[in-house]
Design a binder for this molecule. Structure first.
Ligand code: PMP
Ligand code: GLN
Length: 460
């Protein structure tokens, strides 16, 4: 703060010093009222009103503060294949110094060429690398550019619950109206539920589509359930998209993480769906490098233009060396696509064993997991343990937040509260569950098992 000039000669006489005090006090009070005016003027703009700290912001901080065994945020705690790390370091120190400069805005040429080659094969039609693919700053930006670029104020956007939490704020920022429809767990007896037991009610789905529906966001395999949508479910969704002339945004970031016997079906391959689908992917998930933050979207050129407009004026261009390294990684995997050595095949195999190991120790401690058919998350009903937990020690509104916080602070294991993946009216549907991540070193999964076993043996 700048001191008023009067301070400089305030000691000259008492009168002067009295007036200084008055002035000083006035200056403090005006500073305070100015502060509150500043606060008032710079609140979050109306279109973002209601945005709260996300579960990631809060839980990542909690992991730093309490240092639990972190089974919360989804990232591998072991290295990606050595060649992937080598690829990036070779790019960084290689002779082609132009790889340290801006690249083409809508996607680094080598990467869009690789993506075009791969997805043309998988989708069964030629995908133009210049007009039908956009590379982005992670799948987050692909989602953002798609939602911003295709939502008119007042458009309705169908979101299937539980949903990856950023969908809802993105739709609201774009002026859209989210319409939520929950997957519901069928009655299961004599076995553990699987993610396939979580299903949409067909009539509810039909009823939610209407003439104001612009878009549906489909996440398969789904985070947090691991649900891999079946052919029948996808055909039903596709038929409704065609009936109501709706855009399908297919978030397929876990496309390679599907466990036998299920298969990932790309909704863009269903009849009449290429023309109305934008599909989103992530190098972070594909190559186990979440810190690379390279994503992409592909779809027909007329739909991609909208995304390109948002991207060119916000992000403009992705990081060149990381896109180059991602392209080389794709080229390598494409050479061995379908073979046992291909990372797209070896990673799910490795994860399936981790999934089964986790399911067993969660059952042993008394929880009831849903076995995921895809992805690397598992939700589990923790309420059989409710009497052993002091939920009152936490103040959060939702029980799963209190459970996960209590576990982090008292038992030393962190999970994510699934109510974060539901709209406010449906948060109760997630409250009995916790989401754990199993793309962790075997020794850390064993540690989790040991911690829970020890806890269980101490219970009354
Ligand atoms: N969609 C889903 C379903 C996710 O789980 C995530 C988080 N990895 C993303 C999108 C964002 O991916 P990225 O890290 O590539 O931005
Ligand atoms: N997608 C990851 C998860 O679901 C990471 C989320 C994040 O950090 N924003 O855990």
């Amino acid at each position: 703060m700048l001191f008023p000039n009067v301070l400089l000669n305030s000691t000259k006489n008492l009168k002067a010093s009295t007036s200084f005090v008055k002035l000083f006090l006035r200056s403090i009070s005006t500073t305070h009222s100015k502060m509150s005016e500043v606060d008032k003027r710079f609140t979050l703009p109306q279109r973002y009103a209601g945005t709260k700290e996300s579960v990631w912001t809060e839980y990542i901080q909690m992991a730093i503060d309490y240092k639990p065994l972190n089974l919360g945020q989804g990232f591998p705690d072991y290295p990606p294949p050595q060649y992937i790390m080598d690829t990036l370091s070779n790019v960084a120190v290689g002779e082609d110094y132009m790889l340290h400069q801006y690249t083409r805005g809508f996607g680094h040429p080598r990467l869009v060429a690789a993506l075009s080659k791969l997805y043309s094969k998988l989708i069964g039609r030629p995908i133009n690398e210049r007009t039908e693919i956009l590379t982005t700053s992670g799948a987050y930006e692909a989602l953002f550019s798609t939602i911003m670029g295709h939502t008119e104020v007042g458009d309705e956007v169908i979101i299937i619950e539980p949903f990856y939490d950023c969908y809802e704020p993105m739709v609201r920022y774009a002026g859209g109206i989210p319409r939520f429809i929950p997957l519901k767990l069928r009655e299961v007896t004599g076995r553990l539920p699987t993610s396939a037991d979580w299903a949409l009610d067909k009539d509810e789905l039909e009823n939610i589509f209407n003439s104001k529906t612009k878009m549906i966001i489909l996440n398969t395999p789904n985070n947090p359930l691991g649900k891999v949508f079946s052919q029948e479910e996808l055909v039903h969704i596709a038929d409704l998209c065609k009936k109501w002339n709706v855009l399908c945004v297919a978030d397929e970031v876990y496309e390679w993480l599907v466990y036998k016997p299920l298969k990932h079906i790309r909704i863009a391959t269903l009849p009449g769906m290429w023309e109305r689908t934008i599909t989103i992917g992530s190098a972070g998930k594909t190559f186990s490098v979440t810190g690379w933050k390279v994503g992409w979207a592909y779809g027909p050129a007329n739909l991609m233009v909208n995304l390109q407009m948002i991207h060119q004026n916000s992000v403009y261009t992705g990081v060149t060396p990381i896109q180059e390294a991602t392209a080389i990684a794709f080229e390598k995997e494409m050479e061995r696509l379908g073979s046992e050595e291909c990372f797209f095949r070896s990673l799910p195999k490795e994860l399936e064993a981790k999934r089964d190991y986790m399911a067993k120790f969660l059952v042993d401690v008394g929880m009831r997991p849903t076995i995921p058919d895809g992805g690397y998350f598992m939700i589990a009903d923790w309420t059989p343990l409710e009497s052993q937990i002091n939920l009152e020690s936490e103040k959060d509104e939702y029980k799963d937040y209190r459970f996960t916080k209590w576990m982090t602070k008292n038992i030393g294991i962190q999970g994510i509260p699934p109510s974060a993946f539901y709209s406010v009216p449906h948060k109760n549907l997630g409250e009995n569950y916790v989401r754990y991540n199993f793309i962790k070193k075997d020794e850390n999964l064993k540690k989790a098992s040991d911690i829970l076993t020890k806890w269980k043996s101490s219970l009354k």
